[in-house]
Ligand binder design. Sequence first.
Ligand SMILES: C[S@@+](CC[C@H](N)C(=O)[O-])C[C@H]1O[C@@H](n2cnc3c(N)ncnc32)[C@H](O)[C@@H]1O
Length: 181
Amino acid sequence: MIQDSEFFRMEGVPITKEEIRAVSIGKLNLDPEDVVLDIGCGSGGMSVEISKRSKFVYSIDNSEDAKNTTLNNLKKFNVENCTVSLGNAEDLISKFDFNKVFIGGTQNIEQILEILKEKNIERIVVNTIVLENSVKIINKFEELGYNVDFVNVSVSYGKKINSGHIMLSKNPITIITATLK
Ligand SMILES: C[S@@+](CC[C@H](N)C(=O)[O-])C[C@H]1O[C@@H](n2cnc3c(N)ncnc32)[C@H](O)[C@@H]1O
């Protein structure tokens, strides 16, 4: 994984942290021939990591700052197999052909999952921090007939203080993986 500090960042544009990227990449079970849609690409943290392990990535974000941040990071890490589109994922998904999806942005998530089901996508991995979203997403996947696996990942970062070393925890992230039965 690339260290978080190596990414170009813009104020207000989130990034999926290194350890969460590692687990999410594992859950995507990437193959070099995979074509992946990254919904809500933010700073491009996942887009860059996925592009290094797959054939092509289509990234979407509805924030212009996020689009520009991702483009900067694609350039910084010499990624040539990824394009970035500005807009709402629910309006753009139909333009692309892909076989796996990573979702880091969850606005209109139920509508997005319904559109993806129509495309028979084999594997979808979603990250969410909001508890209500976790329940909503798991229920929607089950309603649509997917196998669902969900894990909660809590990362604590080590820090040196005067009297020794401590661990500082970050908010847990729920990682939901849906596969077709
Ligand atoms: C947590 S950030 C993703 C971070 C990213 N995975 C990374 O590694 O840098 C979520 C992003 O999703 C975008 N977003 C949320 N819902 C969206 C939607 N329906 N369509 C497009 N973008 C969306 C937000 O603008 C935000 O930039």
